[in-house]
Design a protein around this ligand. Structure first.
Ligand code: WTA
Length: 574
């Protein structure tokens, strides 16, 4: 377990915002972060104000806030522009009777309108629900239904995936596009924006009022709505400083889509709370395109994910030399284990260390990280953010000594901790079953120097390309296919994607296994749920291993796949 512990890459920026880690950790007080925000004076707050309007009030309205580009557009928005546009959208929302506490979803590809919509929703005190653009009918419906969403911002291209007749609470759809035909319940976004005033009354809310609802997957049941409040901005601001190391003139690029928590906490909130320029690139991943984006925008701080770094590593060193990446100062990663090999490669080829960060949708912000001022042990997630106490504990809550594997746990509470699982109190309680601790569901150990090392999940959640996929959601879709009698889904290790989705399927009477059938079943999931949830591998089996109560034993499927002993089979059917 400790063969990697000896390797160290020394600190590259001792004079970063954090400074000496141990000192910063020992002297940290959340109160010092709180003083940044208006609630210190008024008792009320609004994250959108702190992220946008505050900088305009401080005379920095002309500073570029958003550098957006995709294959069709290349646009710059200043903080003053975003203030005006988000005010307009706040007024558009209010014009439709939408108000504080309502859930308003956004479902569209990355575009300036997506970012403006999110800010506008927050400005009126409504709760944002981001949906990843790849979601299909079932995934969209499940989330809108569970949250009781009253409105949705989307595009004409994605509208067919929204089953309006099955969503009685969904009153208003704002369509972003050209030549929109308005009808009952459909509002033309652009026309409404043009007609709206550029000034608005911000809804001043309490720190504990709702901000955002991110749906994420567990190993059982439908996706759960992880609910965060405005108070989370403390964590976003703090980690923006000590982890992202943001400085006034930075140009920052987080490659994540706002459909995932990284794309909001660190693709919107942290950079704008710090008033830095935020790069957003539309379209799909390609190495040349990404390097060009870094070069053209003179990006200084770059936050991405292991799968992307592995693909860049696969694209080789030569392509890197074709671009001027000399502005890059700080590189970070999140979402899945960051291979030591990738850290070494990045250090050699980019001339910078890649700083791993660990956190989850539920934690709202980074908790265990590497810092520019701290030596990196490649393969380790780093140490707790100042203000955060993390530990490895056993199932009874006993703190384990160094080098012992156990539950990765965090002392409750912290500012960006989830405050609810929407409509599902029992699920929420499960995370806090040991008094005083949040149980992450990840296993890890801590070494003698206090570095944390990720080991795995305790449940069956799959992590493919950094995206969290619940096996239950995929299995439920699979059994809707007429050929499928039963299905069990696991994550299969993959050198690039971390894991891929593999489905074991038993067929109904009258169906014969074939490659065509496999392709058709995969397409069925892709078109009904989402592309990233579709199995990349399917294996037909006459029978699947089940418990006597009829539950498919994914653990046994995984053991089959990896040629491992299946462990305790006392509950298996026969
Ligand atoms: C995994 C993404 C290893 C972990 C912000 C966690 C990681 C889940 C790391 C959360 C890391 C995240 N090293 N594993 N640095 N970061 N994970 O909710 O299993 O999409 O529980 O949040 O991703 O995924 P989520």
């Amino acid at each position: 377990m400790s063969q990697l512990q000896g390797e160290i890459i020394t600190a590259d920026a001792p004079s970063s915002n954090l400074g000496n880690y141990e000192e910063a950790y020992a002297n940290f007080h959340w109160e010092d972060v709180e003083k940044q925000f208006s609630w210190y004076v008024t008792g009320k707050v609004n994250l959108a104000y702190e992220a946008i309007d505050r900088h305009v009030d401080a005379g920095k309205g002309d500073r570029p806030a958003l550098l957006f580009s995709d294959s069709a557009r290349n646009e710059t928005y200043t903080f003053a522009d975003l203030q005006r546009k988000s005010n307009q959208f706040a007024n558009v929302l209010r014009g439709q009777g939408i108000s504080k506490g309502d859930r308003v979803f956004v479902f569209m590809p990355r575009s300036p309108e997506l970012y403006v919509s999110i800010l506008g929703i927050i400005k009126i005190g409504a709760v944002v629900g981001p949906l990843f653009e790849a979601f299909m009918e079932t995934a969209v419906k499940d989330r809108l239904e569970d949250s009781g969403a009253v409105a949705l911002v989307t595009t004409p291209g994605l509208l067919p995936r929204v089953k309006r007749d099955e969503l009685p609470l969904l009153k208003t759809i704002f369509l972003v596009g050209e030549d929109i035909e308005t009808q009952e319940g459909i509002v033309d976004y652009n026309t409404a924006m043009e007609a709206a005033s550029e000034e608005t009354e911000i809804e001043w809310v309490n720190r504990e009022d709702g901000l955002i609802l991110h749906y994420t997957s567990g190993s059982t049941g439908k996706p759960k709505g992880v609910y965060h409040v405005h108070n989370a901005m403390l964590q976003h601001y703090h980690t923006g400083s000590v982890v992202l190391d943001l400085r006034e003139n930075d140009v920052y690029w987080c490659t994540a889509d706002p459909g995932w928590v990284t794309g909001t906490s660190y693709g919107i909130f942290a950079p704008w709370l710090h008033g830095v320029t935020n790069v957003v690139r539309g379209g799909r991943f390609s190495p040349g395109d990404w390097y060009e984006t870094l070069q053209r925008n003179k990006v200084t701080v770059w936050y991405s994910a292991p799968t992307a770094f592995r693909m860049l590593m696969g694209a080789g060193e030569d392509i890197v030399k074709q671009y001027d990446l000399s502005h890059v100062r700080h590189i970070l990663s999140v979402g899945e284990p960051l291979n030591p090999e990738v850290v070494r490669w990045g250090h050699k080829v980019y001339g910078h260390r890649i700083h791993d960060t660990w956190w989850m949708t539920e934690t709202g912000g980074q908790l265990i990280c590497n810092y520019p001022s701290m030596p990196i042990k490649p393969g380790s997630m780093g140490k707790p953010v100042p203000g955060i106490e993390a530990a490895i504990i056993d199932d009874n809550g006993k703190i384990l000594p160094p080098n012992r594997m156990g539950n990765l746990a965090v002392r409750t509470p912290w500012p960006s901790m989830m405050r609810l699982i929407w409509n599902n109190a029992p699920k929420y309680e499960e995370y806090f079953r040991i008094p005083g601790w949040y149980i992450s569901g990840d296993t890890a150990y801590m070494d003698e120097d206090g570095y944390f090392w990720f080991q795995g999940r305790i449940d069956d959640v799959i992590n493919s390309s950094g995206e969290r996929i619940g096996p239950f959601e995929v299995e439920s879709k699979l059994v809707e296919h007429p050929a499928v009698a039963e299905a069990g889904v696991i994550g299969k290790p993959d050198p690039t994607r971390g894991e891929i989705i593999k489905a074991f399927i038993s067929l109904r009477e009258g169906y014969t296994p074939s490659e065509e059938l496999k392709a058709e079943i995969a397409r069925f999931v892709k078109e009904g749920l989402s592309a990233h949830a579709a199995p990349r591998e399917i294996e037909f089996k006459d029978k699947l291993p089940k418990t006597r109560s009829g539950k498919i034993m994914r653990r046994v499927l995984k053991a089959w796949e990896l040629n491992l002993p299946a462990g305790d089979l006392s509950t298996i059917e026969d």
